[in-house]
Design a binder for this molecule. Structure first.
Ligand code: FMN
Length: 318
């Protein structure tokens, strides 16, 4: 196995693709260390969400999504990759090392690069159109390829999950610490991270979020979101370790990119995973006692969205 020529510009384009990954509250909790022929993925826990995500579970899932984009972009650049998954008790922030080498890149990964820009979190309505059976099969296969499972919820289970989402909305908004944390991640779009808000609306948005309990109205809105989602699904892993969270993130991003190739976009209804007392109840609704990691709605968007802001690559390099 020979080492490869890794020109800096090509490497930077790989990192540029990695940072297009989704992350909770758009915290972008990742850093990258460039070494000869290797990129290390490091968790940036200064960007953690201690109230929303006390165990850094979603933080690691977000890093897993960035890792998958990195693999896609490296394959597109012509590199074969070997991923060393690393959570190491001596260095718990080093999550993975991606070794770049000569050899045939994985073609089906390379082909996903064009979806990296197209994928975005969809918070609006979906068309009524049913998702084609071959697209559903591809989504499931994408999750499985990364060691996770995607469970599509049928009518009775949907009602149960919708009730958990509504309960999650009420519990989260009832907690002033949770509201303040959300308000703190409402940023002006030009800042490059957080949930982008127009500059003039920012003070009012922050004030409303941090002082008012919007639990009931958010729950009602989320019920409508469930009703208009052609697919409501839970992404699960065997277990609940940092390795599994990283796998969940890679599975999430793989299925979102594969979905984008079919014209699908995804949105999140993660409250039942985030609120600790609801997670066991969600777990009981999916087969095999597996660990639920993400609740997703998927469909063909009825209206366009806009891309979330991102920080410059220079800010994520160690
Ligand atoms: C693990 C994870 C959890 C997320 N949870 C939510 C959520 O509960 N609600 C939501 O609207 N978006 C959620 N998001 C989406 C992020 O807010 C979104 O990725 C970020 O704002 C960047 O926007 P983009 O995905 O359009 O690039 C989540 C994303 C990830 C990776």
């Amino acid at each position: 196995m020979s080492s490869v020529n890794t020109p800096a510009t090509l490497l930077l384009s790989v990192i540029e693709a990695a940072v297009q990954a989704p992350s909770s509250h758009n915290t972008q909790p990742w850093l990258f260390r460039l070494r000869p022929d290797t990129v290390d993925l490091v968790a940036d826990r200064t960007r953690a969400l201690p109230v929303n995500d006390p165990d850094d579970r979603e933080l690691v899932i977000s890093c897993g999504a960035a890792l998958f984009n990195l693999r896609v972009a490296a394959a597109h650049a012509g590199w074969a990759t070997t991923v060393e998954i690393r959570p190491d008790p001596q260095d718990p922030d080093l999550l993975a090392s991606v070794h770049l080498r000569d050899g045939a890149p994985v073609e089906d990964l390379a082909a996903l690069l064009e979806q990296v820009e197209r994928r975005r979190t969809h918070r609006g309505r979906f068309d009524d159109e049913k998702v084609a059976a071959n697209a559903v099969a591809d989504l499931r296969e994408a999750a499985e390829a990364e060691g996770a499972e995607l469970h599509l919820l049928e009518a009775d289970r949907r009602v149960d999950v919708a009730a958990l989402v509504a309960e999650g909305d009420r519990l989260q908004f009832a907690d002033p610490r949770w509201r303040r944390e959300l308000a703190a991640w409402m940023h002006h779009r030009r800042k490059g991270d957080g949930l982008g808000v127009p500059l003039l609306a920012l003070p009012v948005t922050r004030l409303v979020l941090s002082t008012l309990d919007l639990g009931a109205s958010t729950a009602a809105k989320d019920r409508d979101r469930v009703d208009d989602s052609p697919i409501l699904a839970v992404l699960s892993t065997d277990d609940d370790s940092a390795e599994e969270w990283l796998a969940a993130g890679q599975a999430l991003q793989r299925l979102l990119l594969v979905g984008a190739g079919h014209g699908l976009q995804g949105g999140y209804l993660n409250q039942p995973c985030q609120v600790s007392e609801l997670r066991p109840r969600l777990r009981s609704l999916i087969p095999g006692g597996r660990a639920p990691q993400v609740v997703l709605r998927l469909g063909y968007p009825a209206e366009g969205g806009y891309p979330g802001p991102r920080r410059d690559v220079a800010e994520v390099l160690l």
